[in-house]
Design a protein around this ligand. Structure first.
Ligand SMILES: NC(=O)c1ccc[n+]([C@@H]2O[C@H](COP(=O)([O-])OP(=O)(O)OC[C@H]3O[C@@H](n4cnc5c(N)ncnc54)[C@H](OP(=O)(O)O)[C@@H]3O)[C@@H](O)[C@H]2O)c1
Length: 233
């Protein structure tokens, strides 16, 4: 994809990765609409993108579809969807409250799925439409004290894999599964407190990989523990 002039919706622009990706897209010449929940951080990123912010809680799947519609209307179509929303929770699997598990699956799986469903027709209309969705390494390596977070990300990755295969000729799907990052996500979980985590990777490495994936043909960004780097494939 040629990012210069491309039309993007970034969901979760109020977050660290979403904000950095939005800014990088704008710097590369894209037209970007951003959504988020935190009004102050969202306003800052939207101002940098020169766009009106869209406030969105991705738990509301109808609001997800409406936000996609608004972005398509404003941009006159859509070439790229980036979903960078997500929330963790920590603690033993059997002690996770049902309400916490529900919200994790709503934010980490059902919301992103609703967004991609809504964006799919516009991505198909674009020549070279791409959806980039942030999952996590935990989708491949479910981890103790993070059962529901791992399971919600695994559900998202499984769904993205099928969507990719079913829509090969319509648009591209990039599943991003990074390791622990320095964005501070683990410091504001929905429940519990993070166990000891590995040294974090810089979030900027994920942003660079996402831009590279957009420009190329990759359908996954994964962590290679032997090479100690993110790999596009
Ligand atoms: N950081 C890591 O270690 C790591 C590792 C692997 C994968 N990831 C994934 O990378 C993505 C970006 O995370 P990040 O590291 O940039 O963390 P972050 O700065 O905390 O960003 C998380 C984003 O998710 C949004 N969000 C959470 N719940 C939401 C809801 N109900 N509705 C709408 N937005 C919601 C936040 O919105 P507000 O701030 O506006 O509330 C924020 O924009 C997530 O999918 C995360 O799971 C992160």
């Amino acid at each position: 994809m040629d990012i210069d002039g491309a039309r993007f919706l970034v969901v979760g622009g109020s977050g660290v990765l979403g904000g950095l990706i939005s800014r990088s897209l704008v710097d590369a010449g894209a037209r970007v609409v951003v959504t988020g929940r935190d009004p102050d951080r969202l306003a800052e990123v939207a101002a940098a993108a020169g766009t009106e912010p869209i406030t969105l809680d991705v738990v509301d799947v109808e609001a997800c579809a409406a936000a996609v519609g608004t972005a398509i209307e404003r941009l006159g179509g859509l070439d790229g969807l980036v979903v960078a929303t997500g929330v963790p929770a920590f603690g033993p699997a059997l002690e996770t409250e049902a309400a916490v598990a529900e919200e994790l699956f709503a934010v980490n799986a059902l919301g992103p799925m609703a967004l991609l469903r809504a964006a799919a027709p516009a991505l198909e209309e674009s020549s070279g439409g791409v959806a980039v969705v942030l999952s996590a390494i935990l989708a491949d390596l479910p981890t103790n004290q993070m059962a529901d977070y791992s399971a919600s990300k695994a559900a998202l990755s499984a769904w993205l894999g099928v969507v990719r295969r079913e829509n090969r000729r319509r648009f591209r799907v990039v599943d991003v599964r990074p390791p622990h990052l320095d964005t501070g996500l683990a410091e504001h979980p929905l429940a519990g407190a993070a166990p000891k985590l590995p040294e974090p990777l810089a979030g900027s490495a994920v942003v660079d990989a996402v831009l590279e994936a957009l420009r190329g043909e990759a359908s996954e960004i994964v962590w290679d523990p032997k090479a100690i780097e993110l790999v596009l494939r």
